[in-house]
Design a binder for this molecule. Structure first.
Ligand code: ADP
Ligand code: MG
Length: 148
């Protein structure tokens, strides 16, 4: 488990950039944590690190943004996704099978579709700052770890 205290927005973005540098495609990154914890901000840093051009916006309404940089990045936000069926319809399984980096905010709904190794990135408020805890684990271990 890797832990980092992120003092401000810039630190969250930098942390996302750092994570991006180690990616080779095909990784599944689950961003867990309450509203405002910095999930989208981390995603923005990660996209910058992957050399995605242009603004990276929250996919809360779009549900998924597919972005292209050094690698493909599929950025999901499942907050408003209502069922596994809807998640399938927006192409989640295809994302898992291609070489894209798949980044998922509010990942709990996707649990039944996840297999093998995943990275869990948990963000929390800590005073005015944020704390990130990061670990790689098997998808089978997720149900006990993810927020409802
Ligand atoms: N490390 C940090 N310290 C303080 N504020 C942060 C930090 N990281 C991000 N923020 C701020 O938190 C707010 C919510 O961030 P956002 O990434 O939209 O959260 P989420 O996607 O988890 O809801 C934004 O205003 C952002 O600037
Ligand atoms: Mg968000």
């Amino acid at each position: 488990m890797v832990e980092r205290l992120l003092e401000d927005l810039a630190a969250t973005r930098d942390c996302g950039r750092d994570i991006a540098h180690g990616l080779r495609g095909g990784e599944i990154l689950l961003l867990d944590g309450p509203l405002g914890a910095g999930k989208t901000s981390l995603a923005q840093g990660l996209a910058a690190g992957l050399e995605v051009k242009g603004a990276v916006t929250s996919p809360t309404f779009a549900l998924c943004n597919r972005l292209l940089g050094r690698l493909e990045l599929h950025h999901y936000d499942l907050y408003r996704v209502e069922s596994l069926d809807q998640l399938r319809r927006i192409g989640f399984e295809e994302s898992l099978e291609c070489d894209a980096v798949v980044l998922v905010e509010w990942p709990r709904l996707a649990l039944p579709l996840l297999r093998g190794r995943v990275r869990l990135l948990r963000l929390d408020h800590e005073g005015e700052a944020r704390r990130l805890r990061m670990e790689e684990l098997d998808a089978k271990e997720l149900p006990e770890l993810l927020e409802a």
